[in-house]
Design a protein around this ligand. Sequence first.
Ligand SMILES: Nc1nc2c(ncn2[C@@H]2O[C@H](COP(=O)(O)OP(=O)(O)O)[C@@H](O)[C@H]2O)c(=O)[nH]1
Ligand SMILES: [Mg+2]
Length: 302
Amino acid sequence: MFKFFSESFDNFKKKIANTTTALVNNVVDNMSQEEEFSEFVLDDMEDMLIGADLGVNYASELVDNLRNQNKIKPQDVKDYLKNEFKKVLTGNTKLNYRENELNIYFIAGVNGAGKTTLIGKLAYRFIKEGKKVLIAAGDTFRAAAEEQLDIWSKKAGADIVRRDKADPASVVYEAIQKAKNERYDVVLIDTAGRLQNKFNLMEELSKIKNVIDKNAPENLRECILVLDANTGQNGLQQAKVFTKAVDITSVALTKLDGSAKGAIILAIAKEMNLPVKLVGIGEKMEDLKDFDNEEFLNALFC
Ligand SMILES: Nc1nc2c(ncn2[C@@H]2O[C@H](COP(=O)(O)OP(=O)(O)O)[C@@H](O)[C@H]2O)c(=O)[nH]1
Ligand SMILES: [Mg+2]
């Protein structure tokens, strides 16, 4: 229990303060004056939960449970929400990693979600742990993308495979061969977030995924979908589209700092059964956190 009251917990709590206000505190404050759950009060609650980006289905489900019952009172709504959220946040949130093996991470997501930044942060973290890290610059579509990745890799101290304007699948192939020959611990694959159209993008992502499946199937640890916390419910839509093209195994939620829409973590767990494993809480190299179900709930409700 005490570990939750550490400096990092306080910091995390601060970073998600807007989500806490939107998802918990506003609802609890609104209920504090009420004796019973009237239709009017329940409608208000539903609006607030939808506004916090919990999603219409999930919000109505939570409110419907409170109708026609008299065990739970408006003053109990905080405990009620916590218990309900606990039921949804049950997935394993630890990033898969195997010691003494090559670990490949495929990173996907729309433009601006924070893929390249995440790769920089992950590279930095693995290198601090003494791992040998290779970055594959698979976003050859945007001219500035590889340049940006180069800067991150230098900052983190990672190596990079970069072939300007080349076919991304061939860049990834080269990176996998290099990683195997030179005994790297980690390969981080950056990908494009926008091409001429969505179809082309999904085609390209599955092509890259095929290269991994053919050349290093036992080394693929995670296909991480990067979502910007501020996109809220739209993130759910993105998750559905990307999951069709590649088998997404987990989500990295970026820009949680300041966002009031962190409830998307719950919506994704509930609707997609996808665990959020990493959260970005700033633009700096250190601003990456392992997501922990219990810690998140404690930060929201304490
Ligand atoms: N505040 C904040 N900004 C972030 C975070 N992650 C990424 N960004 C910013 O989001 C913008 C887009 O990031 P980038 O990694 O280039 O996205 P990409 O297009 O998916 O590769 C950049 O300005 C980053 O600094 C985060 O966790 N918090
Ligand atoms: Mg990028």
